[in-house]
Design a binder for this molecule. Structure first.
Ligand SMILES: *Cc1c(COP(=O)(O)O)cnc(C)c1O
Length: 414
């Protein structure tokens, strides 16, 4: 497609999205205020940016960062650490904090994210299954992919049949053909679960969800949430890390799993210092705003060219991802090549499908990010399987998204 034509498609999409974009601006303002209040309430000072060594007793930076995250997420407490390697590790901490031998975990949003399948059911790898935790899974009702919902009758049946220690829900779309789940729906789920079984915990994979809406799952009844710092809440600035937030006693359990049962959240040093983590959460509402607009712009621009795309433009987005169905593997690869070619880093590299640890199919990933693997920075990825859905997410700046949508249109369309 010619450059001028691609630019025109994007301009038209922007015009159609004007009302949606105004709503996204309003959410960002709300969340910026929420984050700032978390800074004021905890009297953040320059001394909190310094690192510590050894055991890290009384590391004021670590402790204050946790309090800022807790307040910004509407949680009692939060465990935040650069030593949590990834979202998968943070979610693992959350699961091991909540579950014990003989307990049952019930996923109610279908199969959890790919990298969690070994965490839950792997053999001889220290999985929940190895420790005697049972697992079952109820698919989402995706009869309307643009408005998925929990299968409440099936959940009720499961809760009445046996004791369920924890219900697990993923907020984002994962690698599925559907939109993400709203926080409001997670609130309905939490109320529903607790009404039938007050002791059952509600655990949420919060990846890609932070600051997309005005509330977080912890504000509507979730007991624990977990996520990655190289996604939304790190604001594109945090260089690594993860968090677990929610009920204080459960967060402490996650801390005991991260360090040791005798140590919990009392220890943990980090010589590198915490400035980028404070700066990251401060910037996160703004960066998430750009990423949500990017998702809408990709989806709308490709939808006008006849592609199936989510989020549907008439609805708010509930994560930062756009999913677009390509017509062939070749188109999918071209899309990822185009995203890579307009990245600030490694623009000269050509992505190819590859076997990645933790994923079932070969995966192609376009990632020209400052922080390796960061997906709050503009990135695209896709498991190589029909129906060739490409998932594109992130954008530190809105303008980068505009440039990338133009480029992908140019490269994918004849
Ligand atoms: C990214 C992601 C994870 C895992 O995070 P990693 O940092 O890649 O380990 C889990 N769940 C969802 C929905 C994700 O998007």
């Amino acid at each position: 497609m010619r450059k001028e034509k691609a630019a025109e498609i994007v301009t038209n999409a922007e015009r159609d999205l004007a009302k949606r974009f105004a709503e996204i601006d309003e959410i960002a303002l709300f969340n910026q205020e929420k984050v700032l209040k978390a800074f004021y309430n905890n009297a953040v000072q320059a001394r909190h940016f310094y690192g510590s060594t050894g055991y890290g007793y009384d590391d004021a930076g670590r402790e204050t960062l946790g309090k800022v995250f807790a307040d910004a997420l509407g949680a009692e407490s939060a465990l935040v650490s650069p030593l949590i390697s990834s979202g998968t590790q943070a979610i693992t901490l959350m699961l091991f904090a909540a579950l014990r031998a003989g307990d049952k975990l019930l996923s109610v949003s279908g199969k959890p994210y790919d990298t969690l399948s070994d965490v839950i059911s792997g053999k001889n790898c220290g999985s929940l299954a190895d420790y005697g935790v049972n697992f079952d899974c109820i698919p989402l009702d995706t009869s309307a992919p643009e408005n998925p919902d929990f299968d409440f009758p099936a959940i009720e049946k499961a809760l009445k049949k046996e004791k369920i220690k924890a219900v697990f829900a993923g907020r984002s779309r994962g690698y599925e053909w559907r939109d993400a789940i709203s926080v409001e729906k997670i609130g309905v789920l939490a109320d529903f679960v607790k009404k039938i079984s007050p002791e059952t915990l509600v655990l949420v994979d919060n990846c890609y969800g932070e600051f997309v809406e005005k509330t977080e799952p912890t504000e509507v009844g979730a007991d624990l949430i977990a996520g990655s710092l190289i996604k939304n809440i790190g604001g594109g600035v945090a260089p690594t890390g993860g968090y677990v937030a929610g009920k204080a006693d459960l967060v402490e359990m996650a801390g005991k799993r991260l360090t040791a049962p005798s140590l919990g959240t009392e220890v943990g040093s980090f010589i590198g210092g915490y400035m980028q983590y404070f700066q990251g959460i401060f910037l996160a509402p703004q960066v998430v705003k750009n990423a949500v607009k990017s998702a809408h712009l990709f989806a709308k621009s490709f939808a006008t060219q006849g592609f199936d795309a989510l989020p549907a433009d008439k609805r708010a987005a509930y994560d930062i991802v756009a999913s677009i169905k390509m017509n062939s593997e070749q188109q999918l690869v071209r899309f990822c090549e185009a995203v890579q070619s307009v990245s600030p880093v490694d623009s000269n590299v050509v992505p190819v499908p590859w076997a990645m640890p933790g994923y079932q199919n070969d995966v192609i990933m376009a990632a020209g990010a400052f922080v390796q693997g960061s997906s709050i920075e503009l990135s695209a990825d896709s498991p190589i399987k029909e129906p060739y859905i490409v998932y594109v997410q992130g954008a530190l700046t809105y303008e980068h998204a505009v440039i990338a949508v133009r480029k992908t249109l140019e490269k994918v369309l004849p």
